[in-house]
Design a protein around this ligand. Sequence first.
Ligand code: HAM
Length: 423
Amino acid sequence: MNAQAPKGTADMLPDVARAWEHLQRVAQELFARYGYEPVYTPLFEHTEVFTRGIGEATDIVSKEMYTFEDKGGRSITLRPEGTASVVRAALEHNLTANGAQAKLYYAGPMFRYERPQKGRMRQFWQIGIEVLGAAEPTADAEVITVLWRFFEALGIPAAIMRLLLNSMGDESCRPAYRDSIAAFIRQHARDLCEECVRRAETNPLRAFDCKNPGCREVMAGASLLRDELCDECAAHYAAVKTHLDALGIPYVEDSTLVRGLDYYTRTVFEIQVDAGLGSQNAIGGGGRYDRLMEAYDGPPTPGLGFALGFERTLLAMQAAGIEVPAPPRAEVFVARVDDSVTAEVFALAQRMRDAGVAAELDHQARSLKSQFKQADRLGARFVVVVGPDELASGEVTLRDMSTREEKRVALDAAPAAVAAALG
Ligand code: HAM
């Protein structure tokens, strides 16, 4: 039997799992201040949710989905991201009926069959928010601000983050621009990679995202969508920037930011951190998707949101020297002198726990000396020693591990005494 986790997946051992829980706590506390509510959607969906939502020509749909037929003959896909599922759920449960607005957040694993490398996994973890039913540019500025503030709340210095901002236009200005970029690619086909030339036919704007330096140089000569936006999109984009300026959120306009999902309209953004991340430097990103619900035959419903990647955020935190503090595994260790007091030790540890104290005891028949060592390893402030002689007089010994002071306390009073000493 091969005891290794599948390629591109990782076990979250306690240090990492604790960091994941820390991120979720910071997120919950922050998102609540902006009125977001939790939502949990299934880890798998009918494949169509993603093919229609994210777009057939995207890398995610064309190359990276975990798709299989279930025993009932349905095509099922493990979710590669959360937005499509949340919009599907909002439509199914009428969350935005009659012009209602829904503000939702989620956290959980996503699945993409990508080539694993630092910061790129096949199962990775995202935290995201989605606002449905909000068309105003204040919503764009709010969502971007929440993402920025989240990383700030984790302690990532603003100086190492770069917030990129762009507008993808909408159905009235983007098609003509797409055609002009497709024509540009065909014109420069000789100097572009095969993939970019193919993109002219499928998804021309993705050529801006090519990592190949030669392609980057050629694409730098293409016209920018920013200069070709229709009046409505230009006004929306300008208003988003004004609101961000008013809050002092430092963005950098990047007209080549196109992102890897087809549902975007108008605002797109990404936060990148170079330190510790290599080429997978986007720790979070998102944008507006005003036509997505219509892709599921729902009514026109504006929407927008972001998702941030846990693994990359953790790498950025590590590079910035931010540690998630580990609480002591035990505040008190209840040690036994010999086997004759096992029942009392077990009962006393439980009373400590019931009194709100993190208590541990020996389950491995260790000697008293190694119980003290174990108490040290667990970070216990106190050790309560239970022995037959003390017990005979209804007492135990309470030892403060930092001062090495010892005193006798009544067995019954021990939990309250420890709780009080811990403050
Ligand atoms: P995305 O840019 O594909 O957007 O993913 C968001 C974040 O997830 C990335 O910035 C990155 O940190 C992380 N991520 C993506 N793929 C991987 C991977 N293979 N390994 C590790 N981390 C990864 C979305 O998923 C959109 N649903 C965001 C959104 C929400 N747009 C609107 N609402």
